[in-house]
Design a protein around this ligand. Sequence first.
Ligand code: PLP
Length: 363
Amino acid sequence: MKEWNVFSDAVANKPESRRASANFGKTDIGRLVRMGLNENPYGMSPKALNAIAETAAGSNLYGDFQANELKKTLAEYYGMSYDNFITAAGSSACIELVGNTFLNPGDEVLMCPTFAAFLDMAYIHQAKPVTVPLKSDLTYDLEGLLEAVTEKTKIIVICNPNNPTGTYVSGDSLRSFIDRVPEDIVIVMDEAYIEFSTAPDCESMIDLVRQGIEKPLLVLRTFSKYYAMAGVRVGYVAAAPELIAAMKKCPCNCNINKMGQAAAVAAMKDQEYYQEVKALVVAGRKYIETELEAMGCRVYHSQTNFIYFDAHVSPEWLRDRLAERGIMISSNQISRVSVGTAKENEMFIGMMKEVLENAELAS
Ligand code: PLP
């Protein structure tokens, strides 16, 4: 293979991305039941699907680059202003936008172990990711994060509830943490899964933005999970208008396509459908947690649409045995399974029993 000597220092020195697709090696994931990427198996609202079909015909013309209709819908939904929002092609693109807007080489990005795109965001701007370990119950160590702040800290990332652990920090702890963060540090709240939460104290920090918090707080949200639109690519950031205006200067503000915007608007207006889906996901989450615990696994109780668990075997080994049987889960420090349909969840539990029994017989 030719060694091209043409890359920016940032790219040349960057470790390979640890994003999800890298986890599955040569496995043809197209053939597997997808319980590894935290997708929503129930699909998007029929009204959102309809909106895509209706919009597709006009796709020879450019869409609305500023996603005005979606921003208006978000503003109405949250009781905020249109200027509080910027949209992008998924929350991954929002993360890129954050890096483009706020990071300089040498800055530090402080986080606990979380979604790997934040590491990519730091490396690509020649910033340094600084990772504070999670506590023993795999929740965020907010005190540890505050202690790790240095003069170089530019961004602190909190993913709540967190990926891959599914655990959360309460609204009260977050508000007092945010109070104590020095005011020149950008606080990024990634709330990709928060709509699946059922704990009353698992609270969105969008309220602080609505109240006009005088700190640079950004809340990142996605239509990929709760709204079941992972393949459509729509996400947004909620923040103070001055922060949004700065983000708009960045070239990756190339925004979402026509169909994505129409689907997102229709989806937000069909909360009834999504509340029904949420009930199914929450029931599936409870079922998987209970069954895994009955098998002797250590389960980290989740506020998301996935469950992080330790089956006391190598997570890669478990992932490969399940893939052989037709189910895709994800391996990290331990294992992570996304909630599927009721039938998929039962299939997963049945296979887990079989795989773990065989593992015991072999040992
Ligand atoms: N943030 C978290 C915590 C995630 O887990 C994911 C995807 O899995 C994303 C952001 C990105 O979501 P998307 O780019 O599909 O909006």
